[in-house]
Design a protein around this ligand. Sequence first.
Ligand code: NAD
Length: 511
Amino acid sequence: MNFLGALYLEKNMSGTSTGTVWLNKGNKKIAVSSPVDGDNFANIGKASATDYDQLIHQAQQAFPIWRAIPAPRRGEIVRQIGLRLRDFKLHLGTLISYETGKPLQEGLGEVQEVIDICDYCVGQSRMLYGMTSVSERPDHRLFEQYQPLGIVAIITAFNFPVAVWGWNAMIAAICGDVCIWKPSSKAPVTAIAMQKIVARVLEQNNLPEGIFSLVIGDRNVVGEKILSDRRVHLVSFTGSVAAGRIAAAKVGERLGRTILELGGNNAIIITEFADLKLTVPAVVFGAVGTAGQRCTTTRRLIIHESRYEEVKDHLLRAYASLKIGNPLLEANHMGPLIDRNAVKAYQKAIKTITRQGGTILFGGNILKGEGFSSQCYVEPTLAEVENHFPVVKVETFAPILYLIKYSGNVENAIALNNDVDQGLSSAIFSTNHNQVETFLSARGSDCGIANVNIGTSGAEIGGAFGGEKDTGGGRESGSDSWKSYMRRQTVTVNYGESLPLAQGIRFEIEE
Ligand code: NAD
C-alpha cells in the first residue's frame, strides 16, 4: 500500500478541510473498506454541524479575495494543480482503483481526465466571454457580462471519485467561485488525497483558506444542510435519479440553483448496416467498464433482427473471455462492485429479469472463492428482454446488459432508445448515412449525448457533458458549461443626453 503513504494518507484522518487546515477528526467515523479485498484501510472523521458552519464562514471570507484575482491568474493556480496531479497520477489512480474497484487503467484515466480539465481551464480562464448586442435606442450600448456566483457546493457520486469534482471545481475556480466538495461516503479517501494535492498549491501561492474546501459527513448533518443553505449559491449534484429528485426539490424550495447530473439508461442501436468490428468491443467496454457502474454504461442493446443472432454469438464469446478479479492487475477486465449493497441490487435485478419474462444468456452469479473474499465480485451478465419490462426501465448500477430485438426501420430503434425516463447517453452503429443522420436529427435520439460508431461511455472533456429528462438537464465540463457557474448580467449603458425608453414608451414629467 505504498500509494497511501505517497499521497500522505494515514489510517485515521479528518474528512473536513478548509483548504490546508483540517478540522477536528470527529468522534464519529466512516470505516472505509476496499471492495477489492475487503480490508478496512481508512477511518474518516465525519464533519459536525459546527465544522460545516466553519467551512461556510471560511468560504464566505475567501470569495471576495478569490474573485478579485484576475481570471487568468486563477487559471494559473489551476494549471499548477494540473502539474501537481501529473506527479501523483500513478498513486492517485491506484487509490481510485483500490477504493472503488475500477480497473487500474480506468483509475489512471480518471486522473488524466482531471489533468485534461485543468489544462482546458487554463485557456478557458482567458475566454469568459460576454456577448455584445445592439440597442434599439440611440447612443446606448447593450451587452452581457459574466460575474462570479459565490459558493459552489459539489456533491459527487462514488463512481468517479475525482473526475466529477475536477469538471466542476476547476471550472468554478476560474469563474471566481469558491467550492465546497461533499464526496460520496463510499469513496472519501480519494477526495482527501485530492484535497491534499490542492492544499500544497494553495500553500505555495499564499492563498487563503476557503477557496477549495472538503466536507465528509452524514446526509442529515452535511448533505441536506448544503441543499437548504441559502449561503450556497449553486449546488452541482451528481448521483442517482432518486437522490437528485430530493436535491432538486430542496434547493428549489429556496429558489437556489442546481446542476443535476443524474442516472442514465443508455442504449446502443445496432442496425443492419453496423460494422461489428467496431461494435463488439465498444459494447463490451461500455457494458463492463467500471463493472457497469458508469452513468454512461451501456445498459441496452437495440439490435436489428437481421443481425441479432450474430451479435449475440459475438457477445457470448467475448463475455466468456472476460477476466474478473483484482482490478489492480492489468490482466483483469473487470473488478468488484462498490459494496455488498450493490451486489444485492444486482441479485435482485437478476431475479426480476426472469420473473418479468427475460432470459439470462450469460452470467447472473456472485463470484466466490479465492480472490473474491470481499464478496463484491459478480459475473458480467447478458439478458434477453423486451424494452417495456419494468426492470429495463430503471438503472441497475451493475454490469447487466439487455439485448432487445427490433424490426423495420431505424425509427423503430430510435423509439425504443427514447422510451425510458432517463436521457443521458446513446449511440448508433451504422455505416448508412440516412440512418445516422436520422438518429442525430430532431426526431432522433433524445439524449444529451449521441454518438456514432463509438460506444455510450468515455466522454471527452471538451464537450458539454450531461443528459435530458430524468438525468436532470445539467451540463458540465467543456463547451459553454462554464456559464452555469457564473452570474449573467445584461448591461445597458446610455451615453447620450436624453432618456428614450424601450419600446417607444413615452413618459414625461415636468419639474
Ligand atoms: P447516490 O445518489 O447514492 O449519491 C450521490 C451523492 O449524493 C453522494 O455524495 C451522496 O452522499 C449524496 N446524497 C444522496 N442523497 C442525498 C440527500 N438526500 N441529500 C444530500 N446528499 C445526498 O449515488 P451513487 O450511488 O454515489 O452514484 C451512482 C449514481 O450516480 C448513478 O445513478 C449514476 O448514474 C449517477 N451518476 C451520474 C453522473 C452524471 O454525470 N450524470 C455521473 C456519475 C454518477
